[in-house]
Design a protein around this ligand. Structure first.
Ligand code: SAH
Length: 393
């Protein structure tokens, strides 16, 4: 008999609706060890799904997509499952013909590989195993990645704080081949230095890749990239704008953005270490004007409780940006807070436009790049919103 879990009617209904997470309160009984793949059954014994079991997290079960439900007493073949899902994930990314050599190869739940992230930086892979089941299977995952992608090296960037919720420690280690400290990657026409060991996330904000290119398509005149990190938007804007001002409060990010600007021969990018909230106010006082502005702040709302404060923060930067925008100018405004959804971001922008007394067009509604797919029925997988706005000329 494989390890098993019995879920309540509510748990079964959630699974049926397509959501892979079953919370502790919807689990009636479990016979399994931490990190096991369990056969999930309904209260009357009906087989529902296979799932990864966690004995620590509030999310007790994470159902596996793309595998048939348990049949009889048959055991689960994790090796075959991991290899097949990883191969499918790779094939999907290949089908996108991505004009870059840094992108996400595995996006967790959306790829049927719950709590597993794999990012590619040229010939190096960076993996994050964010639940007990994936952590335990890291050696098998590495074997499958080597077989499918033949990378030069694989780094396990297992330092996100969420691992604590699973009772897992925070470790960063090379688990295959060699991994340089800094890797030069290409994103469309832009060259970027990525640092998978020390950078934010796994090195770059790969989810903004397509938005960098989309923003550049509207960019002209004087440009401002607030929250630039390593220059993701700024360097693309610099291909079309005579002057780009890039801001970030992190000294390390500013240093890398300057190095990236030099790497691209972009002498028109001015990088300033500054708090965006203060800098926008000062630019307004100085009567500065921009034709293109990008706002890509960190997640202001980390949880439901902080939504109201976050909304005030988003409102403030959007209001100030709209005031700094010349007529006919473009504002590319983003939010990566899952708890602030697209409708709420639209409301915030609408209020900001009213306060700034400008008429604004909504030109494009965008989201995270297609290598970070959204799984329908799982709102948590749609976290990045990007609106492209234009003020009436
Ligand atoms: N736009 C980037 C990603 C930005 S991530 C890209 O596409 O690659 C958010 C960035 O905002 C981080 O680099 C962080 O250091 C910076 N940041 C956070 N709070 C800030 C503040 N108040 N002022 C300026 N920068 C800030």
């Amino acid at each position: 008999m494989p390890p098993t879990a019995v879920v309540t009617r509510r748990g079964a209904e959630r699974l049926r609706a397509g959501h892979p997470w079953i919370y502790q309160s919807d689990v009636a009984a479990v016979e399994a060890e931490a990190g096991d793949v369990v056969a999930v059954r309904g209260e009357r014994g009906r087989p529902l799904a296979w799932a990864l079991f966690s004995d620590r997290s509030q999310i007790t079960l994470r159902a596996l997509a793309g595998v048939p439900p348990p049949a009889g007493d048959a055991a689960f073949d994790d090796r075959a499952w991991l290899a097949a899902r990883i191969r499918a994930a790779g094939e999907y990314r290949r089908s996108l013909a991505i004009d870059a050599n840094a992108y996400r190869v595995v996006h967790g739940e959306a790829d049927g590989l719950p709590a597993l992230v794999v990012d590619r930086y040229d010939d190096v892979l960076v993996v994050q195993a964010l639940c007990q089941g994936m952590d335990r299977r890291l050696p098998v995952i590495v074997e499958a990645l080597v077989e499918v992608f033949a990378p030069r090296g694989i780094l396990a960037r297992n330092d996100p704080r969420v691992r604590g919720l699973e009772g897992l420690d925070q470790v960063v280690e090379v688990v295959h081949g060699e991994v340089p400290d800094v890797i030069e990657v290409r994103e469309a026409g832009v060259r970027l230095m990525a640092s998978p060991r020390h950078g934010q996330k796994t090195g770059l904000f790969l989810d903004q890749r397509e938005n960098h290119v989309a923003a550049a398509a509207y960019a002209r005149g004087r440009a401002l990239d607030a929250f630039t990190y390593n220059g993701g938007f700024a360097l693309h804007l610099a291909e079309r704008c005579p002057h780009v001002l890039a801001l970030d409060s992190s000294a390390a990010a500013v240093e890398t953005t300057r190095a990236n600007a030099a790497l691209n021969g972009a002498a028109n990018v001015e990088v300033r270490e500054a708090n965006v909230f203060d800098e926008l106010r000062e630019l307004e006082t100085a009567h500065a004007r921009f034709d293109t502005i990008v706002l890509d702040p960190p997640a202001f709302a980390k949880n439901k409780a902080s939504v109201a404060r976050a909304a005030a923060g988003y409102k403030e930067i959007n209001l100030r940006a709209l005031k700094l925008l010349a007529p006919g100018g473009h504002l590319v405004t983003c939010s990566c807070s899952y708890h602030v959804d697209e409708a709420m971001l639209m409301e915030i922008v609408t209020a900001a436009a009213a306060d700034a007394r400008v008429s604004v067009w909504l030109v494009e509604k965008r989201m995270q790049a297609r290598d970070h797919p959204v799984l329908v029925g799982v709102p948590e997988t749609h976290y990045l919103k990007c609106l492209i706005l234009r003020t009436l000329a």
